[in-house]
Design a protein around this ligand. Structure first.
Ligand code: GLA
Length: 732
C-alpha cells in the first residue's frame, strides 16, 4: 500500500513486512525518513533528520551545505553541497555542473510500470508511486518511480529524467537508487569471483569512506556482481536485519556504500558513471534501469526468499518460468570443437536410452570453426561437420524422441571471418588504434542497426531452418576499445548503455518471434548471470566450472539472490576440466539437481559404473524438480564458512515436503554422527524422513515432527572419504 500524508508531507510504502518513507523536507528537498521493519504510526515525520544543533535551523540557506551534507536524501545530486556520493550529475550546454531537485507533485497508480527498452518487473497486484521533482535552472524534471506488490517485500526503484530545457544537457551520472541509514554496526556483503569461480560471498565490516563493487567490462562480469547488502554484525542465515540492493541490468554497474562523518551510511546502485555521458536533447527522456531493494529481519534466508519469489513471479516471462526444463546433454566438454553429425547422434542415441531429453550442439558447427580462432559472425552451417545439414541432424535427434538445442555467440566477430572481411568497421574499435583481441575475437558493434539486424537475422534464419527448441546465447569476451563510427563525438559516452539496449532489443525480438523457445543466457560461464537477463531467459549458465565442490560456493552465492530454477547446472566427467578434482558421480548429480540439471560429457565414453547412475538421476530430477524450482530455498550450512560440509534444502510452499542435500566435503578422523538442524518446516506437522539412496539398515525411515527436525536435527553418519553426499526427502 502506498500513501501520502499531506499534513506531514510523507510518502509511505508498506510492503508485507517493511515500511519505506520519503518526506518532503526543508526547502522542498526530498528526504529519506525511514526504511526497515513495518511500523504502525501514520505521523512519523519526526524521523526526518533535518534539524540538528549544528544547523542554523530556519535559515537553511545561510547554511545550505550543513543541511545538504547531512540530510538523508532520496536522490542526492551533484555539485550543490552534499559532498557524499551523488546519484545524479548533469552538465548543461555551457559546461556547468550542479543539479538541485525540489519536490513538485506525485501520482500513485495501480500495477507496475514498464520501462521502454529495459527489463522491468510486471504485475497488476501492486502499486507504483511516481514523485516528480524539478530543477528549473537546468530545465529538467526527475521522476522517482517506486513499485511494490501485494505478495512481496521488495521495493523496485528507477528514475526518469525528462528534459524541458532549450539546449541539450549531458547526464554524467544517473543511478537508480540511493538511501541513507544510520550505521548500526553493519557488515557489508558483496559477491566476487573470476572465470570458473563466480559469485562467492564476501562479508566484512563497513569502514569509513567508500566501498563497493562495479563493472567496467560492458557486461555484469565474473569478477563483481550488482548486489550489495548491509547486515547487522550479528545477522545470520535466519535472523537479523538485512538491507539489500540488486540491479535489473546487464552492463556496467556500480554499487557503493559510504560511511560518513555522522556515522550514517549511503547505499547507492546504478549504471556505472565512469565513461558514461548521455546527451539529452530538449523533450527527450532517459530511464534508468530498476534497482530492487529488500529489507528482511529474517536474516539472509529471509532476504533470499524475497528475491527468489519476486523474480519467479514478477520478472521471468518465459513459458518455462514454472515448467520443468528438459534434461539436456551438451557436447562442449564431451567433444569441444571435434564433432560431426555421427558423433552427435552417437551421443544422442545413448543419452535417449537413459531418459535424457535434449541434445545441445555447442560451439563449432558453423563457418570453418574448428578452434576458437575464427568464424564468429559466419552463422552458416559447416556441412563438412554437420553432414546432411542441420535439418537432417535435428530430425534424427527428434526421431529419438529428443529435442534439439543450439549454441550461438551473436554479439561477436572473428577477425578471421567472412563477416569481418566484408565489414571490418562492424567491430568495436577506436579509429586509429588496433582493437584488442580477447579469445581471438572482436565484439560486434550491435549499436549499429545494420549489425544488430544482421546478427539477429543470422540467429533467426537458423532457428527457422529446423525444429530447434533451445538456444544457448553466449558472450565470451568483455568490451574494450569503445568507439563507433555511427555515434557523434558528444554521444560516445552513451556507448556502453546503448550496447546493453541493443542486446535487450535482440533478445526481445528472439522471444517474440520464437515464443516457445527455451533461451539460456551464458557468458564465459556466468559473467552475465543477472536479473536483466531473466526477463528474456528463465535460466542462465552459472559457471564453466562444473566441479561439484567448487559449485557449492558458486551455487550458494548465486542462490543468495537468485532462484534455483535459474541456475544452469550440469554433471560432467572427472578429473574435472576446470580444477582437475575427482568427485563421486553421485555427488555431482546431487549438486546439479539443485539447478536446471543436465549432462556435459561424452556419454559414449562414460564408465559403466557412472553410466548406470544416470537413469536414477533422471528419475530423481523428475521427482524433485518441481520442489527445487518452485519451493523455498534455505541455506543450512556453508562449506565456505565451516570448511567441512555444506547443506541446503528446498521446502514446498505448503510445507508438506522438502528435499535436503548434504555434502561432506572434507572428512575428519574419529568423528561422531552430525545432527543437522533444518528450517522452514511446519513445527506441528509429522514428517517421514527418508534417505532414498542409502542403505536402509544405516538410514531407516523415521517419522518426526517438524519441531524435532528443526530443533534437534536429523542424523548424518560419517562417511569414509571426502566429497560424499546425501539426499534426504522429507514429506508428510
Ligand atoms: C563459453 C561457454 C561454454 C562453451 C564455450 C564455447 O566458455 O561458457 O559453456 O559454450 O563458450 O566456446
Amino acid at each position: 500500500m502506498i500513501k501520502f500524508n499531506e499534513e506531514t508531507q510523507t510518502f509511505r510504502l508498506d510492503t508485507l513486512n517493511s515500511t519505506y518513507c520519503i518526506t518532503v523536507a526543508k526547502k522542498g528537498y526530498l528526504g529519506h525518513s525511514y526504511y526497515g521493519k513495518k511500523i504502525a504510526d501514520d505521523d512519523i515525520s519526526y524521523l526526518m533528520r533535518q534539524s540538528e544543533y549544528f544547523m542554523s535551523d530556519g535559515e537553511v540557506f545561510r547554511e545550505k551545505h550543513t543541511l545538504l551534507d547531512f540530510l538523508p536524501q532520496e536522490l542526492p545530486t551533484d555539485g550543490m553541497g552534499d559532498f557524499r556520493e551523488s546519484a545524479l550529475a548533469i552538465t548543461n550546454s555551457n559546461g556547468n555542473n550542479g543539479v538541485e531537485l525540489k519536490y513538485k507533485s506525485y501520482k500513485i497508480c495501480d500495477g507496475a510500470q514498464t520501462l521502454p527498452g529495459l527489463p522491468s518487473v510486471f504485475g497488476k497486484n501492486g502499486q507504483s508511486l511516481e514523485i516528480t521533482t524539478e530543477d528549473p535552472v537546468l530545465g529538467i524534471e526527475v521522476h522517482l518511480i517506486y513499485t511494490i506488490f501485494d505478495d512481496s517485500d521488495a521495493i523496485i526503484r528507477s528514475t526518469r529524467i525528462i528534459s524541458k530545457a532549450k539546449e541539450p544537457v549531458y547526464i554524467k551520472k544517473a543511478l537508480s537508487a540511493s538511501f541513507d541509514i544510520d550505521n548500526e554496526d553493519f557488515d557489508i556483503i558483496t559477491l566476487h569471483g573470476s572465470w570458473a569461480r563466480e559469485r562467492h560471498i564476501d562479508r566484512h565490516p563497513v569502514h569509513h569512506g567508500k566501498q563497493g563493487v562495479l563493472s567496467m567490462r560492458g557486461e555484469t562480469s565474473h569478477q563483481e556482481h550488482p548486489f550489495i547488502a548491509l547486515i547487522d554484525h550479528n545477522t545470520d542465515q535466519n535472523k537479523g536485519s538485512v538491507y539489500a540492493m540488486n540491479f535489473i541490468y546487464s552492463g556496467n554497474f556500480v554499487a557503493d556504500c559510504q560511511l560518513n562523518q555522522f556515522e550514517s551510511i549511503r547505499l547507492v546502485m546504478g549504471i556505472n558513471p565512469e565513461n558514461f555521458c548521455w546527451k539529452l536533447n530538449p523533450g527527450e527522456t532517459f530511464d534508468t534501469p530498476q534497482a530492487v531493494l529488500v529489507y528482511s529481519d529474517k536474516g539472509l534466508n529471509g532476504m533470499s526468499h524475497i528475491y527468489h519469489d519476486l523474480y519467479r513471479e514478477h520478472l521471468i516471462r518465459s513459458p518455462y518460468k514454472k515448467a520443468m526444463r528438459p534434461i539436456l546433454i551438451n557436447n562442449w566438454e564431451a567433444t569441444y570443437f571435434n564433432f560431426d553429425t555421427e558423433k552427435l547422434l552417437d551421443i544422442a542415441r545413448e543419452a535417449s536410452k537413459d531418459g535424457i531429453e535434449m541434445l545441445v550442439m555447442d560451439d563449432g558447427w558453423f563457418g570453418k570453426r574448428n578452434s576458437d580462432n575464427c568464424s564468429l559472425g559466419d552463422w552458416v552451417v559447416n556441412e563438412e561437420k554437420i553432414k546432411g545439414g542441420l535439418k537432417h541432424l535435428v530430425d534424427e535427434v527428434n526421431k529419438l524422441g529428443m529435442k534439439f538445442g543450439i549454441w550461438f555467440e551473436p554479439e561477436m566477430i572473428s577477425p578471421d571471418s567472412d563477416l569481418y572481411k566484408a565489414h571490418p568497421d562492424w567491430a568495436i574499435q577506436i579509429p586509429g588504434r588496433e582493437p584488442g583481441m580477447s579469445r581471438q575475437q572482436y565484439v560486434l558493434d550491435i549499436t549499429r542497426k545494420e549489425a544488430e539486424d544482421y546478427a539477429y537475422e543470422s540467429v533467426a534464419k537458423i532457428l527457422r531452418s529446423a525444429n530447434i527448441e533451445y538456444v544457448k546465447w553466449d558472450m565470451n569476451r568483455q568490451l574494450s576499445d569503445i568507439g563507433s563510427s555511427k555515434l557523434a563525438s558528444d554521444q560516445m559516452g552513451e556507448y556502453y548503455h546503448r550496447y546493453v539496449l541493443a542486446l535487450y532489443r535482440m533478445q526481445e525480438r528472439l522471444v517474440t518471434d520464437f515464443p516457445k523457445l527455451l533461451l539460456e543466457n551464458c557468458s564465459g560461464g556466468g559473467a552475465r548471470f543477472d536479473p536483466g537477463m531473466f526477463y528474456y531467459s528463465p535460466q542462465i549458465w552459472c559457471s564453466d566450472d562444473t566441479d561439484a565442490i567448487e559449485r557449492l560456493s558458486i551455487q550458494e552465492g548465486t542462490a543468495l539472490v537468485y532462484p534455483l530454477s535459474t541456475m544452469g547446472a550440469h554433471v560432467s566427467v572427472c578429473p574435472n576440466h576446470a580444477v582437475g578434482r575427482v568427485t563421486p558421480f553421485k555427488t555431482r548429480g546431487y549438486v546439479a539437481l539443485s539447478g536446471t540439471f543436465g549432462y556435459e560429457l561424452d556419454i559414449t565414453k562414460l564408465s559403466p559404473e557412472d553410466r548406470s547412475l544416470i537413469p536414477h538421476q533422471v528419475e530423481l530430477y523428475k521427482k524433485y524438480s518441481d520442489l527445487v524450482r518452485n519451493g523455498d530455498y534455505w541455506r543450512i550450512a556453508s562449506f565456505s564458512q565451516n570448511h567441512e560440509y555444506d547443506c541446503w534444502m528446498s521446502v514446498s510452499k505448503d510445507k508438506k515436503e522438502a528435499l535436503v542435500t548434504f555434502v561432506q566435503v572434507l572428512n575428519h578422523p574419529n568423528f561422531k554422527t552430525r545432527f543437522i538442524k533444518l528450517q522452514g518446516l511446519d513445527p506441528d506437522r509429522k514428517y517421514t524422513v527418508s534417505f532414498p539412496d542409502e542403505n536402509q539398515a544405516d538410514y531407516p525411515e523415521i517419522t518426526l515432527s517438524g519441531s524435532t527436525i528443526m530443533n534437534a536435527g536429523i542424523g548424518i553418519k560419517r562417511d569414509w572419504g571426502d566429497f560424499q553426499a546425501k539426499l534426504i526427502h522429507i514429506y508428510s
